[in-house]
Design a protein. Structure first.
Length: 293
């Protein structure tokens, strides 16, 4: 009795070892690496990235909504000399008094406004205290040859404008403004960047630029404000978490299923081979001859 029980215990342990051995199969190891790598990326990279984009959108929306109700501030009060607009000051309204420097104007190319191609007109302004700022006067549409449609020059003399503080864009290729036959001799840039306009006009322009609101002196087509909707980033973040969890749960389900008796990866028995027609006929003949005897 003891020997039978011992054999039964050793048999059970053996079968258990055989069932666990499939975890070391190359195919299963590869699947495990893929599943866990995907889940880790979902939890540590993809989902946090979408959460950060959602936080940035909420911060932008808060700043924009605050600028709707906050009164315009003098430029030096909102942005001390030398400081650039940042996430806390961007979109706030500022009041600026000065004179446009029309001869230093640059046009930003390859822009899109409300789904259509456009140019943005960038005109430096020298304020009454001598500081030079960059004013984005708005957009103009393209002509039939994708050039700049004619637009009104800025008003002459001293003017007072209300504009929104904006952070400079950055050109990854760090290209300067240029003028050639394709631009009709007009300076054009690839980004709205006070540094590019400063180099083109040999001016000392303070960082950032200032986007004109409607009904302001010198405004062309006032640029639309960004939408304050939250966007899809939060739902995308939750989806990546769900995808990672589903991958782990799927791996766990198939692992448990394979550990049970009869699992396709655990069973050491080869699948039964289908009998040929000749084998079936031979068995029938043997059976008939046996009956006859």
């Amino acid at each position: 009795m003891t020997e039978v029980g011992g054999r039964h215990g050793r048999g059970t342990a053996y079968r258990g070892g055989v069932r666990l051995r499939f975890l070391l199969k190359p195919g299963w190891l590869a699947l495990t690496v893929v599943v866990f790598t995907f889940a880790i990326c979902c939890f540590t990279l993809l989902s946090p990235w979408q959460f950060s984009r959602n936080a940035e959108r909420e911060q932008q929306n808060s700043a924009l909504e605050a600028s709707f109700t906050a009164p315009p501030l003098p430029l030096t009060r909102l942005l001390p000399p030398g400081s650039a607009p940042d996430q806390h000051t961007e979109w706030h309204l500022v009041s600026i008094t000065g004179q446009y420097l029309a001869d230093k104007e640059v046009v930003a190319r390859l822009r899109t406004v409300q789904g259509e191609g456009a140019f943005e007109v960038l005109t430096p302004m020298r304020t009454t205290d001598g500081t030079v700022v960059l004013v984005d006067r708005g957009y103009v549409r393209l002509d039939s040859k994708s050039g700049v449609l004619p637009y009104a020059p800025p008003p002459a003399g001293i003017v007072s404008v209300t504009a929104r503080a904006r952070a400079d864009e950055t050109d990854p290729k760090n290209r300067d403004a240029f003028a050639d036959a394709s631009t009709g001799g007009q300076l054009q840039s690839y980004v709205v960047d006070s540094r590019v306009v400063a180099r083109a006009g040999k001016l000392d322009i303070r960082p950032g630029y200032f986007q004109l609101d409607t009904d302001q002196p010198g405004v062309l087509g006032a640029l639309p404000l960004p939408q304050t909707d939250s966007g899809p980033f939060l739902s995308y973040a939750l989806q990546w978490i769900a995808f990672g969890a589903m991958a782990l749960l799927g791996w766990l389900y198939f692992t448990v299923r394979e550990l049970k008796p009869g699992g396709a990866l655990v069973s050491g028995e080869a699948p039964a081979r289908r009998k040929s027609v000749a084998e079936i006929l031979a068995e029938d003949e043997l059976a008939e001859s046996g009956h006859q005897k």
